[in-house]
Structures are given as structure tokens and as C-alpha cells.
Design a protein around this ligand. Structure first.
Ligand code: NAD
Length: 493
């Protein structure tokens, strides 16, 4: 036990949040860990007061000071245009690695009991579709930009390999949809392949995310550490929690370079709010991850053992677990009752727990600098580049057969219209495929010989198209980096 108390920002959150946070705080206090809890608010009430970020400045200041957060779930208002306060917190403090363990627990009946599931999902936490860059391109067509960077990928993938190394785990599986999204998910896969060479003692494999879903349902014990992009990780980590007893048991830590945020995977479960019925195990196990991050390894072990012993005994089961066990819900323990049982079991060890694969559950931010690769101007100065054209999105009622010839005329001598596509499928020149139009078409203009186009020429082209087609709405430059086209073809091209 350390002599100096740790300072931790505690955010009770919405719905069942205050109940599960109170449970974890009581157990940590009972285990004798000295923590100075700094209570802060975020979420629904903050939105209601008109703060559209959901995370007030006082909370941000507290996190700057403490650098460690234990939080309850935050409700995301639907339909007000506000961003999720959870995502805001993760992004504000660049907690790029969301670590979600899923491990078979004693006394928690599942279809996979006895198979030894003990996997950790490391989900990229700040990029991908969660960058939240969305636009309505027309009144009826929305578009969301999927942002994946080499640096963001390196940080989270390196985190996964470091975690595997630290815990003595044998394998890291990278899960992407690189076969379809070659420049975003494909970049993540490429970085994984490059980085795996730096960790020769750890087996590295890549699987397509849909197959990972299939394999998780069929044979989940084959997985050890899985690293994946944000949306994939969001979905498969909920799936993984279902394999080991459900959201009531799923813990997580969000790790950044300087701040770490610990929370349950589950949301605010509004129907249970204030009823003292919810299972607090997920938040308690998240707080165990927090204690390991704070270096309180013995206390973490003691609390984890007490939780496992309580589950194994089966005397204080919350209603979700009673239901899974086929018992009478009227006999279920309350949140407080379960918490009391865990406190009474501090010092006890479970009798039979499947051996852990590694040596410890997810721990502290690794010592390796993040990122370790260089992203200075010299890297970019060394890359040969040219811009060879434009993609222009146009809202129009014209058919591609009418629009196409007009765009060929507007291309002028400096450019060639390569294609017009609708939702990614080439519709001009016709390839015999018919696409259901949604009044948004994309035209690709390139220089005839692939030569570099000057900005003046690109802007001239854009001006000519805009002059004839006022529905133009989105423009992308077409780059070639080190001789490789930095854009994808259209389907059917
Ligand atoms: P939810 O996780 O709140 O509930 C999904 C289901 O799981 C419900 O049936 C619920 O009763 C059950 N469940 C959740 N936690 C449980 C627990 N500890 N023990 C037993 N059963 C549990 O998801 P939702 O209903 O989709 O979302 C509710 C709100 O929470 C939304 O506003 C959402 O945006 C927010 N949310 C927040 C976070 C977060 O703060 N990290 C995560 C997910 C959802």
C-alpha cells in the first residue's frame, strides 16, 4: 500500500452509474487503498444545462490534475445534435487504446463454460467513423468520413503488442475489413504487419472482422489479444462480453499517453436506474484495472479474488445472473447486497478458477514511447507526390448518361472524365450495370497522362463544373504518393 493517497476523478454518470460507481468506491475503500476521490460530473444533466459538450470545464480540469478517472456510464442524448460525452472524454484526453478483457468467470453459466475463454480486445479509441465527421451531401444522402491514420494505428497496435509482451501472451490477432476498405482498414493491417516484425516472440495473425465474429461464436478460446479499429472493436467487444456472462461483467480501461479512464462497457441501463438491482461487477472489475494502473497490484488482486470468490459461492447473485442461472429472480441480491458480499470476501480466494493465459489482466501504460516511429516533416518531405485530378460529388436530377457527356465537355483539354459513379458503382461510361440513383453522383477527372495538375488548373476545372452544376457539394484531390495511387477505383471500373 502506498503512503501517498492517489488522486482519482470519479464521475458517477447517468442511470445506474451512481449505483455501480458507489459499489466500486466502497470496495476500494474497504480494501484499504488510499484514494482522494475528486467527484466530477458529465453526461445528461450537463447537456440539460445547455453545455453541448456534456463535459464541463471543471471536470476537464480535475482530469488534468488526476490523470486517472473512474466513471459510470453517460447517457447520449439522441437527436439533439450533441456528441456523445463518452466519446468526447476519450478524444479530449487521447485515450487511444480501449482495453476490454473477456474472461470466463466462476459461477457465471455460459454456453462456453470450461473452454477457458481469456481474451483481451484492444480497440482503437479515437479515430475511424467515431471521428464523427458526417455531412448530409443532399437532403437525403448522409456521408460519414472514416479516418484512419498511420500514427493512430501504430499507437494502438503497439499498445496491443506491448500488452501481450507484458502479460506473457502468445498471440495478437488483427481484425479488419481490409479486403473492402483498402486505404483505411488496409492501412491498419499494413501497420500491424510492419509492427509484428518488432515483436518476433508473439504470433501475429490477421483475420477479416466478419470471420472474427464467426470464430468468436464458434471457438472463442482460440483468441488471446485482438487489436482492431474503433467500430469493429465496439461491436466485437460487446459480443465477447456476451460469451462470458454479459454486459454486467464486462470491464474496460481507456489508456492514453497521460490519462487513463476506467469504466464498464455497459451503458446507463435507464430501466434499472435507482432500483439497487444492477450488477456492479463490470465497474468493480474496471476499478481493478484502475488499481493495477495505479500500481496497487496487491489490492487489485485482493479485490479481484473477492469478486471471483463471491461469484463462485453464488450466494449473492444479482438478478441478471440469477436469470442466467435459471433461478428465482425474487431471491436475487441487490447491488448493495452483492457489494457487501464482496467486501466480506476480501481476503478470500476462489477455489477453482481457470488459469489466466497471461500473468495479469490489462495493466499500466507501457513504457515504450508512443508512437515510436517518426512522423516529423522529414518523413513527408521524402515522399514523392503529385496531384493528378479531382473527384467532384454532384447533387443532380440528371441521369449519368446526360451528365457524363456534359462533364466530358467541361473537362477541357487538361483533364479526362474517367467515370461517373453512384454510391461507389460506375454508371458512366455505362458498363451495363444498373444502379438505383439517389441524386448524388461522383465524377472523377484525371490528367490524360497521369501528370501533375497545378492548383490553378484544378480550381479552373472545379469552377467550370460548379458553373454548370450548382449541386456540386464535395471535392477530393486525387494524390499519387511514391508512385502509388492514393484513391480507390469505382466498383465496376
Ligand atoms: P445498456 O448497456 O445501458 O443496456 C443494454 C442491456 O444490458 C439492457 O438490457 C440492460 O439492462 C443490460 N445491462 C446493462 N448493464 C448491465 C449490468 N451492469 N447488469 C445487468 N444488465 C445490464 O445499453 P443501451 O440501453 O443501448 O444504452 C443506454 C444509454 O447508455 C444510452 O444513452 C447510451 O448512449 C449510453 N451508453 C453509454 C456508455 C458509456 O458510458 N460508456 C456505453 C454504452 C451506452
Amino acid at each position: 500500500m502506498s503512503s501517498q493517497p492517489h488522486r482519482v476523478t470519479v464521475i458517477p454518470g447517468d442511470g445506474v452509474g451512481p449505483e455501480v460507481v458507489r459499489s466500486a468506491v466502497r470496495i476500494i475503500d474497504a480494501a484499504g487503498v488510499r484514494i482522494e476521490w475528486e467527484e466530477a460530473e458529465a453526461g445528461a444533466e450537463v447537456f440539460r444545462r445547455g453545455d453541448t459538450s456534456g463535459v464541463p470545464q471543471a471536470t476537464r480540469d480535475s482530469i488534468e490534475r488526476s490523470r486517472v478517472v473512474l466513471k459510470g456510464p453517460l447517457e447520449t442524448p439522441v437527436g439533439f445534435g450533441e456528441k456523445s460525452a463518452n466519446v468526447t472524454l476519450r478524444k479530449l484526453f487521447e485515450t487511444y487504446a480501449n482495453v476490454r478483457p473477456a474472461r470466463e468467470l466462476p459461477g457465471v453459466p455460459t454456453r462456453y463454460a470450461g473452454e477457458g475463454i481469456d481474451l483481451i480486445i484492444v480497440r482503437e479509441n479515437v479515430e475511424d467513423l467515431y471521428a464523427g465527421i458526417e455531412h448530409m451531401e443532399t437532403p437525403d444522402v448522409g456521408q460519414c468520413l472514416k479516418v484512419i491514420s498511420r500514427k493512430g494505428s501504430e499507437k494502438v497496435i503497439r499498445y496491443a503488442f506491448e500488452l501481450a509482451r507484458r502479460e506473457g501472451r502468445a498471440k495478437v490477432t488483427c481484425a479488419t475489413k481490409a479486403n473492402i476498405m483498402k486505404l483505411t482498414e488496409g492501412l491498419f493491417k499494413k501497420v500491424f504487419e510492419e509492427l509484428s516484425a518488432e515483436y518476433p516472440e508473439i504470433a501475429a495473425e490477421h483475420l477479416i472482422i466478419d470471420n472474427v465474429a464467426h470464430q468468436l461464436a464458434k471457438d472463442p478460446a482460440q483468441f488471446d489479444v485482438i487489436v482492431t479499429t474503433n467500430l469493429n472493436g465496439d461491436i466485437i467487444s460487446d459480443l465477447a462480453s456476451g460469451l462470458v456472462g454479459g454486459l454486467g461483467f464486462a470491464s474496460s480501461g481507456n489508456y492514453g499517453d497521460s490519462v487513463a479512464i476506467f469504466e464498464a462497457v455497459h451503458g446507463s441501463a435507464p430501466k434499472y436506474a435507482g432500483k439497487d438491482l444492477i450488477n456492479p461487477t463490470a465497474l468493480i472489475l474496471s476499478s481493478v484495472m484502475m488499481l493495477r494502473h495505479l500500481g496497487e497490484l496487491a489490492a487489485a488482486e485482493r479485490i479481484e479474488d473477492a469478486v471471483l470468490a463471491t461469484l463462485e459461492e453464488g450466494r449473492a447473485m444479482t438478478q441478471d445472473l440469477v436469470r442466467q442461472s435459471g433461478g428465482d429472480v425474487d431471491t436475487a441480491a441487490s447491488t448493495t447486497g452483492f457489494t457487501d458480499a464482496v467486501i466480506a470476501n476480501l481476503g478470500k480466494r476462489p477455489a477453482a478458477v481457470a488459469p489466466k493465459r497471461g500473468t495479469a489482466l490489462a495493466g499500466a501504460v507501457p513504457p515504450t514511447p508512443m508512437p515510436a516511429w517518426s512522423y516529423g516533416p522529414e518523413r513527408y518531405a521524402a515522399i514523392e507526390r503529385r496531384t493528378i485530378g479531382l473527384d467532384i460529388f454532384i447533387e443532380t436530377d440528371l441521369s449519368a448518361d446526360v451528365l457524363g457527356p456534359d462533364l466530358e465537355r467541361l473537362a477541357g483539354a487538361g483533364f479526362r472524365l474517367e467515370f461517373v459513379e453512384s454510391r461507389g458503382t460506375k454508371v458512366y461510361p455505362s458498363v451495363g450495370l444498373s444502379s438505383d440513383g439517389v441524386r448524388l453522383l461522383r465524377a472523377r477527372f484525371v490528367t490524360p497522362d497521369g501528370a501533375a495538375a497545378l492548383d490553378a488548373a484544378l480550381l479552373g476545372l472545379q469552377g467550370r463544373v460548379a458553373g454548370s452544376h450548382p449541386g456540386w457539394t464535395h471535392v477530393e484531390k486525387l494524390h499519387v504518393f511514391d508512385g502509388a495511387e492514393a484513391f480507390t477505383k469505382a466498383q465496376g471500373q
